[in-house]
Design a protein around this ligand. Structure first.
Ligand code: ARG
Length: 590
């Protein structure tokens, strides 16, 4: 949607009205922004909270007002007439409660349907953001921790994109660590001729990693050669570069498969990408007096931290910290991002605190946390097994991501077969539905909790069709689709010509909830909390179910679907299964 087309959230629209009222009520307080919040449904839908703080500012200045309540009263009286508002009332010390008009809600939903839900997207203060997520380490299998980063990061990126922010989706893969010396040396040993090195030859890259690690730990001669190999690689020697890129390529293919399955788009800019920029960045920091010598290493001391931020190791090599400092510099200066978001487990909190403090001291980021450009670490908790311990398989290995996805899918397929779907559907439909439900269930189970809490991985729970699960949400959606199909009506036509009447309280509640979608996205973006959106969707299904149970099947039913699906539907396939798949894979956001 173009800038003129975006009307903004309900809150934005109400704020405009209150802005006018404030201008009339307190003409000399020109910098007062309207404070609008959702309110207790007993009193209304929204409230304006300006009266109290205004009173604090103006009392004793010779103002005619005698207290916060008269200020609130005046704000209410001076509100311009609007079809948005059905009634207003004053509560407590000047809160202005607003009840929205049913007709306006109905009309707005219809407008949203026709123009697209994106015309209601929230207006965030940033134009471009980096979301750094997934970011596995080359030669090591993606595990369930990377699953969380991938799912949470992708969701944040989608929410920001919905809010018209340009998102640079960055896969900061670990492709430049010291492990490469060992891997390359092992590769040379196994394939002295090099030309035959292919995925098949190396086989399982993780096993290859383990074997080379064993060799590294047990043979001092090998260890020395491996350490030398790192130097040769970082020095840019052709043979070493080539071996390195072959290893990376094999890993990359493995990751791609996972991303494809989950419908995730990412651009790789790994650690190696920033390597050439490190010396320049460190020089800038040194000039600013941030870098000091300590026990042979070069470090940045951070107030309140026990250990300094090591930016050059005592052997002269660069590390995770030097790379991240440089990446931050690059994102700010070269990519002109205003918001840098890093999605990793909470275990890395300290690293990011040090990184951001260093960047503030360098003057790259403003002091404090509320102005832009801004950097945030989006931490998440552990994935736990049934035993309450870190999630592992029987062999105590880390759990591989692909295995989890496989199992989710096969369990769903079995459930579908059990319900007799094998007879009704083609094999392809069965497969696609199993993937949609299975992968969607895994994603939703991760997203619905506050990301900071650990969550217990449990297939039975996440695939349950009752309770707060993807399966339940999909069920509500499928039910709506089926109503539309059975109505035999043309949805496009209905959108434009159908009369939307919100008579029953349950209809009104559902309508209002639908209009509040963008507001929730705004809240979820601002606090970087996808679970806020999950809760919204769960409640939406609840509102729908209540409506469905208590009201006649009106045209509204069709509209519910379209608000949820408007954006995607345009590109969508008529095949319902495909849509279901999309819903599960991605579209909890839309
Ligand atoms: N590769 C790291 C890991 O697996 C995550 C990288 C996160 N991004 C960053 N810019 N440090 O733990």
């Amino acid at each position: 949607a173009s800038d003129e087309e975006v009307v903004g959230t309900v809150k934005d629209q109400l704020a405009k009205l209150f802005e006018e009222s404030l201008r009339v009520t307190v003409p000399d307080q020109t910098d007062t922004d309207p404070l609008i919040a959702a309110c207790n449904p007993r009193f209304g839908d929204y409230q304006c909270n300006n009266a109290m703080s205004l009173w604090t500012k103006i009392k004793g200045t010779g103002s005619a007002f005698t207290g916060p309540q008269p200020v609130g009263q005046a704000i209410m009286t001076n509100l311009p007439r609007s079809e948005m508002i059905e009634s207003c009332s004053i509560a407590g010390p000047g809160f202005v409660n607003v009840k929205l008009s049913r007709q306006w809600i109905a009309k707005s939903i219809q407008k949203m349907l026709i123009k697209g839900i994106e015309t209601w997207s929230p207006k965030l203060r940033v134009k471009r953001a980096v979301v750094d997520f997934s970011s596995p380490n080359i030669a090591k299998e993606m595990h369930v921790g990377h699953l969380r980063s991938t799912i949470i990061g992708d969701t944040l990126a989608r929410m920001l994109e919905f809010s018209n922010v340009e998102v640079l989706r960055r896969n900061h893969v670990g492709d430049w660590g010291t492990q490469f010396g060992m891997l390359i040396e092992f590769l040379f040993e196994k394939f002295p001729n090099m030309e035959v090195v292919s995925d098949q030859a190396i086989g399982d890259l993780e096993a290859f990693y383990k074997a080379s690690k064993q060799r590294f730990d047990s043979d001092p001669g090998f260890k020395e050669r491996a350490q030398q190999a790192v130097v040769s690689l970082q020095g840019g020697q052709e043979k070493y570069r080539k071996a390195w890129s072959q290893i990376c390529e094999i890993s990359r293919k493995g990751y791609e498969k996972v991303y494809q399955r989950l419908g995730i788009v990412l651009e790789e800019k790994g650690e190696s990408f920033y390597n050439p920029y490190i010396p320049g960045v460190l020089e800038e920091l040194a000039k600013k007096g941030l870098i000091e010598e300590s026990e042979g290493a070069r470090v940045i001391f951070i107030e309140g931290k026990k250990y300094p931020f090591i930016v050059v190791k005592s052997d002269g090599g660069f590390n995770y910290a030097s790379t991240d400092l440089t990446a931050l510099w690059y994102r700010l200066n070269e990519e002109k991002a205003e918001w840098m978001i890093y999605v990793t487990d909470v275990g890395q909190r300290e690293h990011f605190e040090m990184l951001f403090t260093a960047a503030k001291r360098a003057g790259w980021l403003p002091p404090g946390d509320n102005s832009y450009p801004k950097a945030n670490h989006v931490g998440f908790g552990l994935v736990l097994g049934e035993d309450g311990k870190r999630f592992r398989t029987r062999s105590t290995e880390v759990v591989k991501l692909v295995d989890l996805l496989d199992e989710a899918k096969s369990r769903c397929k079995a459930a579908l077969v059990e319900r007799g779907k094998a007879e009704q559907w083609t094999e392809e439909e069965l497969e696609q539905t199993a993937e949609a439900v299975g992968y969607g269930a895994v994603k939703y189970a991760d997203l619905k909790n506050n990301r900071l809490t650990n969550y217990t991985f449990n297939f039975d729970q996440m695939l349950n069709d009752q309770g707060n699960t993807a399966v339940y949400l999909l069920y509500a959606h499928a039910r709506i689709c089926s109503i539309i199909r059975k109505s035999g009506k043309d949805v496009e036509e209905l959108k434009k010509t159908g009369a939307l009447v919100l008579e029953h309280p349950n209809e009104r509640a559902l309508g209002l909830h639908l209009l509040q979608f963008a507001e929730i996205v705004e809240e979820a973006c601002t606090n970087l909390l996808p679970n806020v959106l999950c809760e919204y969707l769960y409640n939406l299904s609840g509102h729908f179910t209540t409506f469905y149970t208590n009201c006649q099947l009106r045209i509204m039913v069709n509209l519910v679907v379209n608000v949820l699906w408007g954006q995607r539907r345009r590109q969508a396939d008529s095949c319902c299964v495909k849509r279901l798949q999309r819903s599960c894979g991605n579209a909890f956001i839309y």
